[in-house]
Ligand binder design. Structure first.
Ligand code: EPZ
Length: 420
């Protein structure tokens, strides 16, 4: 198993190209199951989650070809049952259910188990499919959904923490081939949902309101093939933006979309960073002393939960008290005890972390627990004195394309080693 070794204390400088968005490309690849015609998806990031999704598509019977950062998929003839183990490995694959139900009127997938960041049930996905007329049964770890033909319906998809991103994506995809009109209320407004809707519209779907809490889908008989370029990854971009402020460097994020990152860029400015937009790039550098800020994670356009851990690192480096409140997932503070190994002073009070910042960090061996926690450990290692070893970096490779290579280009002293 691989680890990452970081010698910290170097201000990062230069330009980094932002890859395609993981959380857009996964449902977009699933959406190719909605048609028997060829689809071409561009700017696909090289991530292990993408590899899993490709394995699942092939398992279902689709032809899949990789060409650089382009994937060609043709799902001429497919089965309705996903491989148990493959799906269990990656929660995001639950979004094959909507396309299978829409196209084949049946779908069987393994129940995605819990996850370190929270229980993550799929009750809202199933509620949406039932509203469209599907019969749902759960047996031996599988969810079975079947129907004669899906029928459009009005449904409310809000849950404990507000909207659901993949729930909205799943129901929207199923509804594209339903009979009649579906109206999803309390839909997720994330840019990844909008990107999926753009791809579906390019396939011939009739969708309005994507990006707003009310999405309307008028079902059609069938969809055709289409080409699509995935949006840039706003979470990857936010991670490098925080790296610039945390190491007191200057980084230009090539291809990042500032219009999809308002909450993060706004908090970075409040914390004392300088944010410059120039065309399709954003340049971030520190602007004098860092200032403590309080953060509460919320559904889009609020502060993203996927940037909470990385922003915590910046607050650890900032003299003063700051409070970070996690409102989306119940247990997304796994990184706190590992950051304490580097010398961070954090107290957890219910959904909030109280950070007493400003103490210098010193390198140590730490353990990654999930994707964004591991990104935070890398950022902390870059800012710390001495050497940090981040173990179980397979978590990182799920969502960051070539992170150590990109950081090395920015001047970081970072290398991959076999875990000792
Ligand atoms: C997506 O997960 C992202 N994953 C997550 O990114 C991201 O953290 C999350 O949205 C929130 O922004 C992908 O797109 C592949 P949700 P998703 O359904 O759709 C509860 C990363 O680091 N809920 O919006 O699974 C749920 O438990 C990953 O890239 C229900 O109660 O998240 C959570 O508390 C991590 N019932 C909240 O809603 C449901 O049926 C939001 O979850 C569905 C969700």
């Amino acid at each position: 198993m691989e680890s990452i070794l970081i010698k910290g204390g170097v201000p990062l400088e230069g330009e980094v190209a932002i890859s395609g968005a993981k959380n857009a490309v996964l449902p977009i690849l699933a959406a190719t199951l909605l048609t028997s015609e060829p689809c071409v998806i561009r700017r696909v990031p090289k991530l292990s989650d993408v590899k899993f999704m490709v394995q699942i598509l092939k398992w279902l019977g689709a032809q899949v070809k990789y060409e650089g950062d382009t994937i060609r998929v043709q799902a001429k003839k497919i089965t309705g049952a996903g491989d148990y183990d493959l799906i269990r490995k990656m929660r995001g694959s639950i979004c094959i259910m909507g396309p299978l139900l829409g196209r084949l009127s049946k779908a069987t997938v393994s129940l995605p188990g819990g996850c370190v960041i929270g229980a993550r049930p799929i009750n809202l996905h199933l509620k949406g499919f039932q509203a469209l007329g599907a019969r749902i049964t759960i047996e031996s770890g599988y969810v079975h959904a079947s129907t004669k033909r899906l029928r459009g319906a009005a449904l409310f998809l809000g849950g404990r923490a507000g909207s659901t991103v993949l729930g909205t994506a799943n129901v929207m995809m199923a509804a594209t081939l339903a009979e009649g009109v579906t109206v999803i209320e309390s839909a997720a407004c994330e840019p990844e949902v909008v990107d999926l809707a753009s791809f579906l519209i390019a396939m011939g779907a009739k969708i309005t309101g994507a990006g707003s809490p009310t999405i309307t889908i008028t079902g059609v008989k069938e969809l055709h093939g289409a080409e699509h370029e995935v949006i840039p990854d706003r979470i990857e971009a936010a991670t490098y933006a925080i790296a610039a402020a945390a190491t007191n460097g200057e980084i230009t994020l090539r291809g990042a979309r500032a219009d999809q990152m308002h909450a993060v860029l706004d908090k970075l400015k409040d914390a004392g960073a300088c944010v410059e937009r120039n065309g399709s790039s954003i340049t971030i550098r520190r602007n004098g002393r860092l200032k403590p800020v309080d953060i509460t994670t919320l559904p889009y356009a609020g502060f993203p939960t996927d940037v909470q851990a990385q922003m915590m690192v910046l607050m650890i480096l900032t003299p003063g008290l700051s409070i970070i409140t996690e409102r989306i997932f119940e247990s997304r503070f796994m990184h706190v005890s590992e950051l304490a190994r580097l010398g961070a002073d954090i107290e957890i009070e219910g959904p909030s972390a109280i950070i007493k910042g400003g103490k210098p960090l010193s390198g140590a061996p730490v353990m990654a627990s999930d994707l964004r926690a591991s990104a935070a450990l890398v950022l902390a290692g870059l800012a710390a004195r001495g050497t940090t070893q981040v173990n179980r970096v397979y978590h990182l490779d799920r969502g960051y394309e070539n992170i150590d290579g990109k950081l090395r280009q920015l001047g970081a002293r970072i290398e991959r080693i076999e875990e000792t």
